[in-house]
Design a protein around this ligand. Structure first.
Ligand SMILES: *[C@@H]1O[C@H](CO)[C@@H](O)[C@H](O)[C@H]1NC(C)=O
Ligand SMILES: *[C@@H]1O[C@H](CO)[C@@H](O)[C@H](O)[C@H]1NC(C)=O
Ligand SMILES: *[C@@H]1O[C@H](CO)[C@@H](O)[C@H](O)[C@H]1NC(C)=O
Length: 849
């Protein structure tokens, strides 16, 4: 009997009273890891046998001491449970609980044993009460054979014949009955032959491991999908598998921590992950508020670090925009109807209750020349009512959808090569725009909608060449005529209304103003395919930006200012003229503008590499920016800003400098864009007061956020934030590191003063021998720029000098503005997100680099 087994006592310490002074740190650990603290002499056995059960107070430990199994009490609870927890690292962090719904009321009263039916059971020692039993095996058990239960180093607790350790022959394994934690090697999903459905289910509360409200599971209605469920409905849908990832998990990418796949065939439908390198310890946990996070163990700091978290933002809440609505975090409101659709209940929709969704504007009758409208880069809709073929091609897929009247759209089933066919029937639910890793979705539209919108080109092809030439000529005449009219009008107006209230004078003669081309509305409308969703590049503060192609093939970016922009026509004209005057190789060039009907648009040169944020905050794309390129970008931005602040004849404060406003050309040269917020000053006016604070949280200087004061030094602050972001690859906003109180600035500051500033360099940056000093110099300049007091910050001219100077003999930085700040996150995040969560974190904070 068990007398000769080494005894281990699990000592439970109430850490919330004992470690009050570290509370934020400890509680963040507790939130993500049901933990208890134990003091434990080592034991060596990893098995139990029919003759060697274990009692409460004893444990078994896997061969390499990765995991330990035994009885425990959660913090603040007297109940006893059988569970598995980490042993070597993070001791006491639970990964599995057996009797989660039937706690053992008293300590030292239970035994885990293999009973005479060949099952693992937890029973009371005295009375014959029973708390847990392993499920029946599908394999027949001849109890004459020798059974053992073994705790493996993977964290799997298995029941098997002592002479057979083939995983396929296990009689029972804890990996088939997960609690709230997915360990490498576990599967989530279905064994379709036996009907076994492996799912994570959250704890009810931190001190209560019984089944909580949320589960993480694979749904096999229609095309299989993974997601988080609450009360029988998705709360978050990761989506269907497209060969590379789940369509709604753009963050699931090749990474240094784990590999993953989804298996779907007649026998099985499951998602599984495994560690790339066993020295990186990782687990995936669903917590009791329905947040699933992947954590990795940082052995240097002895803590779990969040690797990724889902749902990531509000657009991830299932079906937020209702049927045929599409969510986008950078548009406001977040929900839009698909093109050709209108809100079903307009007043609810306008009141931001989008749940009723949208309906078709014009009825679609079957077989009357329907076609498709493409939505690029989206999360594909709910596939519970869909059909999939992995072999069919795109053309066949389209035809099949056209033939079937209830088909509402199609997409490719394999994002790797665009093959396969996924068809939807009925309503399309839970779509969102994705910046990265989205897929093309084709939505079936009646012929009338297609003609109304985008397929003028097709019609034109059918018209004979003569008509084509003729209409082109007519169009040209018309445009010329309109242009002429406009100019006349403009000149007239200029004569009448003196531009009062303007703080700068434009001395140029009107000839120079005429150099900025005025585009006709039709020209721009044609160039952008009638402002189609497909051509939308993004949405800025003042309105959406579209990609367009002019007749001669020149690509342009059109900023369409919102109609309700409270900007007067004259102001708009002066803005356009002002921008046109600003010419520098690090500023985006304005090609022209358009004022027609109530539209105001600015036409810019198109930047093929889009914006900086897409690179620096993305691990994969970050690799394209080596350190030399990053320095080039930093210096380029500094030069552009210096030009705005000093060298141009007008003093311009940008006011919204941020990574997404830095565009990159073919050669990755930076160009500052979006002067929508720029105001110009008279020569000696350096500070102004504003009643409405505009700008982007995370980049705004303290004096601007709190007092509405802005000056060129506010831009310097934003520049400093940008520099630190470029170096670290982390966003100032939404940055998460070990301690909720620190943002990126605070963290860089701490490492800087603590003497280890190089620790935070973006891991995609490859350094050569000379670069560390350069990195330090840039970081130094960045920190000087984000100093709390505006007077302490250098001007851009000093910044440019410092950046190009080999000597690092410049002042030491004072501590940054918003060293610790919470208010920023609070204001920025909407509704149910908490400001210290790492909602948009897809980055790695691994120390095992
Ligand atoms: C679940 O995790 C999220 C993200 O870390 C956290 O904000 C939330 O408080 C957690 N919920 C509970 C009940 O611990
Ligand atoms: C695993 O990680 C360790 C420590 O980081 C490293 O030494 C080893 O080479 C890695 N093994 C593989 C197969 O990558
Ligand atoms: C359309 O597809 C649905 C779902 O696969 C199917 O039930 C229905 O029979 C199809 N209708 C036609 C006319 O093919």
């Amino acid at each position: 009997m068990p007398q000769n087994r080494p005894t281990t006592m699990a000592t439970i310490i109430n850490s919330s009273t004992k470690h009050r002074s570290w509370e934020p740190f400890i509680s963040s650990l507790i939130l993500c890891s049901h933990m208890f603290i134990l003091i434990n002499p080592a034991t060596s056995l990893d098995t139990i046998t029919p003759t060697m059960p274990i009692d409460d107070g004893q444990t078994i430990i896997s061969t390499n001491s990765n995991f330990e199994l035994g009885f425990f009490s959660p913090i603040n609870s007297p109940n006893r449970y059988l569970g598995i927890w980490y042993k070597k690292i993070s001791p006491g962090t639970l990964v599995w609980v057996a009797n989660r719904d039937r706690p053992i009321p008293n300590k030292n009263n239970a035994t885990l044993k293999i009973n005479s039916d060949g099952k693992l059971v937890v029973v009371a020692k005295q009375k014959q009460s029973f708390f847990w039993a392993s499920k029946n095996s599908s394999k027949s058990v001849n109890t004459d054979q020798n059974l053992i239960a073994q705790l493996l180093d993977s964290g799997n607790f298995v029941l098997r014949f002592s002479n057979n350790d083939d995983p396929d022959e296990y009689l029972w394994q804890s990996f088939d009955y997960p609690t709230d934690t997915l360990l490498p090697g576990m599967k989530i999903g279905w064994d379709l032959k036996t009907g076994l459905n492996r799912a994570l289910c959250s704890w009810r509360a931190i001190d209560d491991p019984s089944m909580g409200n949320y589960s993480y599971a694979v749904d096999i209605h229609g095309v299989p999908q993974l997601g988080i469920w609450k009360a029988g409905q998705f709360s978050y849908r990761a989506g269907s598998w497209n060969g590379l990832r789940f369509t709604g998990s753009p963050q699931l990418n090749e990474n240094p921590v784990f590999e993953y796949t989804f298996v779907y065939n007649q026998n099985e439908a499951y998602y599984t992950t495994w560690a790339r390198n066993n020295s990186v310890v990782t687990r995936f946990v669903l917590n009791n508020s329905g947040i699933a996070r992947r954590l990795t163990w940082n052995d240097r700091n002895k803590e779990w670090v969040v690797y990724s978290s889902s749902p990531r933002d509000q657009c991830d809440s299932f079906g937020l925009c209702g049927a045929h609505g599409i969510c986008s975090t950078d548009s406001s409101p977040m929900c839009r109807c698909l093109e050709g659709f209108v809100p079903k209940a307009v007043s609810d929709w306008n009141a931001m209750d989008w749940s009723n969704g949208c309906v078709r504007r014009s009825k679609m009758r079957c077989g009357e020349g329907e076609g498709f409208r493409l939505y690029p880069s989206v999360k594909l809709p709910d596939t519970r009512n869909s059909w999939v073929s992995l072999t069919m091609g795109m053309k066949e897929c389209e035809e099949m959808c056209l033939r079937n009247c209830s088909c509402s759209g199609h997409a490719s089933a394999n994002a790797r090569d665009g093959s396969g066919c996924l068809l939807w029937f009925g309503d399309l639910i839970d779509m969102r725009r994705l910046v990265d890793n989205g897929q093309d979705l084709y939505i079936k539209m009646p012929a009338s909608e297609l003609v109304r919108h985008s397929h003028r080109k097709k019609r034109l092809i059918l018209i004979v060449a003569g008509v084509l030439v003729l209409s082109a000529m007519v169009l040209m005449c018309l445009v010329l005529y309109i242009c002429k009219k406009r100019r006349q009008k403009k000149e007239e107006k200029k004569g009448e209304t003196p531009r009062s209230g303007r703080t700068y004078a434009i001395e140029e003669d009107s000839k120079e103003e005429l150099e900025l081309p005025l585009f006709g509305f039709d020209v721009i409308s044609n160039a952008t395919d009638n402002f189609s969703e497909a051509n939308k590049l993004g949405e800025g503060g003042f309105g959406p930006v579209f990609k367009g192609k002019l007749g001669e093939g020149k690509e342009i970016a059109v900023k369409r200012l919102s109609r309700n922009t409270a900007q007067k026509l004259s102001e708009f004209e002066s803005e356009a003229e002002l921008i046109a005057k600003l010419q520098h190789r690090n500023l985006v060039k304005l090609l022209g503008y358009c004022i027609e009907r109530d539209e105001r648009m600015l036409v810019y040169e198109f930047m093929s590499n889009k914006s900086l944020d897409l690179f620096i905050f993305d691990q994969a794309r970050g690799l394209q920016l080596d350190w030399q390129k990053r320095v080039q970008i930093i210096v380029g931005i500094a030069r552009g800003l210096l030009y705005l602040h000093q060298d141009s004849r007008l003093r311009i404060v940008h006011r919204d400098l941020k990574a997404s406003n830095i565009l990159l050309d073919d050669e990755m040269k930076p160009k500052i864009s979006d002067f929508g917020l720029a105001r110009c000053f008279g020569g000696d006016e350096i500070e102004a007061n504003t009643t409405t604070v505009v700008g982007t949280y995370g980049y705004m200087s303290p004096e601007y956020t709190t007092d509405g004061l802005f000056s060129i030094k506010s831009d310097v602050f934003s520049f400093g934030v940008l520099v630190l972001e470029i170096i670290t690859g982390k966003k100032n906003r939404g940055f998460y590191y070990q301690d909720c109180h620190l943002n990126l600035l605070g963290h860089v500051w701490r490492l800087w003063t603590g003497g280890s500033p190089l620790e935070l360099i973006d891991e995609s940056i490859v350094l050569n021998s000379s670069s560390p000093s350069e990195v330090l110099r840039c970081m130094h300049v960045g920190l000087l720029c984000v100093q709390h007091s505006a007077e302490d910050r250098p001007s851009m001219s000093s910044v440019v000098v410092m950046l190009s100077n080999e000597t690092t003999n410049f002042p030491s930085p004072q501590h940054p503005g918003f060293f610790t700040e919470r208010v920023m996150y609070e204001t920025e995040s909407s509704g149910n997100q908490e400001y210290c969560t790492a909602i948009d974190m897809t980055m790695t904070l691994l120390e095992s680099r």
